[in-house]
Design a binder for this molecule. Structure first.
Ligand SMILES: Cc1cc2nc3c(=O)[nH]c(=O)nc-3n(C[C@H](O)[C@H](O)[C@H](O)COP(=O)(O)OP(=O)(O)OC[C@H]3O[C@@H](n4cnc5c(N)ncnc54)[C@H](O)[C@@H]3O)c2cc1C
Length: 380
C-alpha cells in the first residue's frame, strides 16, 4: 500500500512513522518546511486534564491520547535518536478569586469521577510546590500526571523515526487537490500541476485542511485560532510545574526558556504578534509569577491552532471520497493527541479496529448534520 500524507506537521509526521512502521510506503507532502506551523508554536503540554473543560468524548480521547503517548515515547526516542524532553513535571492550575476557585472545585469533582488524577492544594501547599508562584493564589489543583514535551523536538523525532522506517518527506510541495476516479481517490495533484498516485490519501493539513480541493462535498470548515507566546530566558528549573490560570499558562523548557501564553483569537491567517495579545499574555503571566517582570525577554511568536466548526478533532474516512482519511482539527491539543492520531490512522489503514470509538470525531458529522457547531467565544 502507498499512502500520501498532506501536511508535515506533528500529525502528518506521527502518522508517517506509524504507517511506515507497518510497512506502508509513505510520502509526506509539506507545502513549506516541515514542522514550522502550529507544531512549532505550541507550548507542549501533554495534559488531558488541563485541556478538557468538561467530561465527555473529548476528555476520554485526551486521556487515551496521554496513554498512547506514554506507550510510544521510549520507542520513539530510541528510533529517532532525538530526546523530546518529556518532563514529568505536573500542572498546577490556580485560582485568584472565589469564582475561579469554585470553577476549580467543580473541575476536581468531575475529573475525579471521570478518571482524572488530581490533588486539591491549599495556597501554602501550592507555593511549596512552585515557590515562584504569586502569593495572591487562593486555591490550586495539582495534576501530577499532566506532563510536557519540547514540541519542536517531538515533531522532529516523529520525522526522523519515519525516515528511519523508509518514509519520504517532500518539502516545498503544496497539494492542490485530490485526484479521483469512479472508485475514489487515486492520488494528489500538486500546485505545480504534477500528480502522485497512491492507494490512500491522508489530509493532515492542520488549519489549511479545508483548502484541499476535491473534498468540498464533505462540508467541513477548518479555521485557524491564533495563539501568541512570549518567551523569556531564565535559569533552568526556576518554575517547576507548568502553571495554569483562567488567564494564561507558564511552561519552562529544560534549557531555561520560559514560555508564557496564550490567547484564542480569530484573526484569519494573520500570524502577527499584536500589542493586545502581548498585553493579555504578559498580564496573565505576571499574575502567575510576579518576578517575571524583571526576567530577560527573548522573543514572541504566534501560531494557528487548527479548529473545526465544533472544535473537536476530525478523524477518519471522508464521507464522499473513498480512500481519503482526515486527521485534522486538533485545535489546542495536537501535541497531546499526536501519538493516538498516528495509532488510529495506522489502524484504519490496516483494517484494524481503533482502540477508541471514532463516531464523535467522524468527518461525516458535518455533512449529515449531527455536528454541534461551537463558537469560539462560547467555548472560552
Ligand atoms: C500557541 C499554541 C499553543 C499550543 N499549545 C499546545 C499544548 O500545550 N499541547 C497540545 O497538545 N497542543 C497545543 N497546541 C496545539 C497544537 O500545536 C496543534 O493542535 C498541532 O500542532 C496541530 O498539528 P498539525 O500537524 O495538525 O498542524 P500544523 O503543525 O499546523 O501542520 C500542518 C502542516 O500542513 C502544511 N500544509 C497545509 N496545507 C498544505 C497543502 N495544501 N499541501 C502541503 N502541506 C500543507 C502546513 O504548512 C503545516 O506545516 C498549541 C497551539 C498553539 C498555536
Amino acid at each position: 500500500m502507498k499512502a500520501l500524507i498532506i501536511g508535515g506537521g506533528i500529525i502528518g509526521s506521527s502518522i508517517a512513522w506509524r504507517l511506515a512502521s507497518d510497512g506502508v510506503e509513505v510520502v509526506v507532502f509539506e507545502r513549506a518546511r516541515l514542522g514550522q506551523e502550529a507544531s512549532w508554536a505550541a507550548v507542549g503540554l501533554i495534559g488531558p486534564q488541563a485541556e478538557a473543560h468538561e467530561p465527555g468524548v473529548f476528555f476520554d480521547l485526551a486521556l487515551a491520547g496521554k496513554r498512547s503517548f506514554d506507550e510510544i515515547v521510549e520507542r520513539l526516542t530510541r528510533e529517532s535518536g532525538i530526546d523530546p524532553e518529556y518532563d514529568h513535571e505536573g500542572v498546577l492550575y490556580v485560582a485568584f478569586n472565589d469564582a475561579e476557585k469554585a470553577d476549580l472545585q467543580e473541575r476536581a469533582k468531575w475529573q475525579r469521577a471521570a478518571g482524572g488524577n488530581l490533588e486539591e492544594l491549599t495556597p501554602r501547599e501550592a507555593l511549596k510546590l512552585a515557590p515562584m508562584l504569586s502569593e495572591k493564589v487562593i486555591g490550586a489543583l495539582h495534576m501530577p500526571t499532566n506532563w510536557r514535551v519540547e514540541n519542536r523536538k517531538l515533531t522532529q523525532a516523529y520525522i526522523n523515526a519515519a525516515l528511519v522506517k523508509g518514509a519520504t518527506f517532500r518539502e516545498g510541495a503544496r497539494i492542490d487537490s485530490i485526484v479521483t476516479n469512479a472508485r475514489g481517490a487515486t492520488g494528489v495533484r500538486l500546485g505545480d500541476g504534477s500528480t502522485e498516485s497512491g492507494d490512500l490519501v491522508i489530509n493532515a493539513a492542520g488549519s489549511w485542511a479545508g483548502e484541499i480541493r476535491g473534498l468540498e462535498d464533505d462540508r467541513i470548515r477548518f479555521y485557524p485560532v491564533r495563539g501568541q507566546i512570549l518567551c523569556f530566558d531564565a535559569r533552568p528549573g526556576l518554575v517547576g510545574p507548568s502553571l495554569l490560570s483562567a488567564g494564561g499558562i507558564i511552561v519552562q523548557r529544560r534549557d531555561g526558556r520560559i514560555l508564557a501564553g496564550s490567547v484564542f483569537e480569530e484573526a484569519g491567517f494573520n500570524k502577527s504578534v499584536t500589542l493586545d495579545g502581548m498585553q493579555r499574555v504578559s498580564q496573565a503571566a505576571r499574575a502567575l509569577v510576579p518576578t517575571l517582570k524583571s526576567i530577560t525577554f527573548r522573543e514572541a511568536w504566534a501560531g494557528f491552532r487548527p479548529a473545526s466548526a465544533d472544535l473537536l478533532p476530525v478523524l477518519g474516512p471522508s464521507p464522499t471520497v473513498s480512500n481519503v482519511l482526515y486527521a485534522a482539527g486538533h485545535f489546542r491539543s495536537g501535541i497531546l493527541l499526536s501519538a493516538i492520531t498516528g495509532e488510529i490512522i495506522a489502524d484504519l489503514a490496516a483494517g484494524r479496529k481503533p482502540s477508541i470509538d471514532l463516531a464523535p470525531f467522524s468527518p461525516a458529522r458535518f455533512r449529515d448534520g449531527t455536528a454541534r457547531p461551537v463558537k469560539l467565544a462560547d467555548w472560552k
